[in-house]
Design a protein around this ligand. Structure first.
Ligand SMILES: NC(=O)c1ccc[n+]([C@@H]2O[C@H](COP(=O)([O-])OP(=O)(O)OC[C@H]3O[C@@H](n4cnc5c(N)ncnc54)[C@H](OP(=O)(O)O)[C@@H]3O)[C@@H](O)[C@H]2O)c1
Length: 254
């Protein structure tokens, strides 16, 4: 049945990582306005509480967790399912970006980036598919980046982790068909968050201006990405599966 508002999320429970800041926080606020109950995750409990204070509706749940604990993640998700009922949606916003030249590459840097950005998404998916009511369509939205589609100096490992998310989107979408779960991905260009501020701080003014000049419509706001996430999560996208949606104000056409 098509709801009166195509992006209505009433009655749905959504697990959201990265809910303590930036794109994740804005996504939490929007999902709550659309009627969803949201399980908010991140490490910073105070920041999660701040997100909660900005949300609409009731019944949201704070569930702090460190995405570095790869092998603990699936059990944690299953315990959330047991306590609150199986989630209908999962949005993976948690991520880290360290700009580092390949000259400074080492295993610890590689492991941290891949673990937080990519391995955690797969581990949450492992837990999310368990104990589901397959009569209800589930939806996963992974937050990648245009860095996974283009080449950027000093951003090689981050770009590889985000390209991995796009590949994982296609693989998971096929594997989770039997669980009645769609899996899609968004790939934003530069968005006005703390992460973007850190990128700015790591560069000269001229270098950052060069990046700004590549955005024909200027840089995005977190709500621009949240809108795309909410759409892919909603039943309005019930026949959209395994895609990566660039959310980038024309960046890739430039
Ligand atoms: N901003 C951009 O320009 C941009 C562009 C393209 C893609 N993206 C992607 O969009 C997503 C959100 O980015 P943002 O700009 O909103 O970043 P942000 O403001 O830096 O927020 C990052 C989020 O990730 C969480 N996180 C980081 N490490 C974690 C860990 N070990 N365990 C659990 N949570 C962790 C943080 O929570 P805690 O600190 O509370 O743990 C925070 O909620 C990221 O995946 C990023 O790669 C951002």
């Amino acid at each position: 049945m098509i709801p009166s508002h195509p992006m209505d999320l009433s009655g749905k429970l959504v697990l959201l990582t990265g809910a303590s800041a930036g794109i994740g926080r804005e996504t939490a606020i929007l999902l709550s306005k659309l009627g969803a109950r949201v399980i908010l995750s991140g490490r910073n409990e105070e920041a999660l509480a701040q997100t909660l204070a900005s949300m609409s509706g009731n019944g949201h749940i704070l569930a702090p967790f460190d995405m570095a604990d790869t092998d603990g993640i699936a059990d944690w998700v299953v315990s959330l399912n047991k306590a609150h009922g199986p989630a209908d949606g999962y949005v993976h916003c948690a991520g880290v970006q360290l700009n580092r030249s390949i000259r400074l590459f080492d295993a610890a840097f590689f492991d941290e980036t891949m673990r937080i950005n990519l391995a955690s998404a797969l581990a949450v998916a492992k837990g999310f598919r368990q104990r589901r009511n397959r009569e209800r369509q589930g939806a996963i939205v992974l937050v990648s980046s245009i860095a996974g589609l283009i080449g950027q100096s000093a951003n090689v490992v981050y770009g590889a982790s985000k390209a991995g998310l796009m590949s994982a989107t296609r693989g998971l979408a096929m594997e989770l068909l039997r669980d009645n779960i769609r899996v899609n991905c968004v790939a934003p260009a530069l968005v006005n968050t703390e992460m973007a501020q850190k990128t700015k701080d790591s560069m000269t003014e001229a270098q950052f201006q060069y990046i700004l000049d590549q955005h024909p419509m200027g840089i995005g706001e977190p709500v621009d990405v949240a809108n795309a996430i909410a759409f892919l999560l909603s039943d309005a996208a019930r026949w959209i599966n395994a895609v990566t949606l660039p959310v980038e104000g024309g960046y890739l056409a430039n």
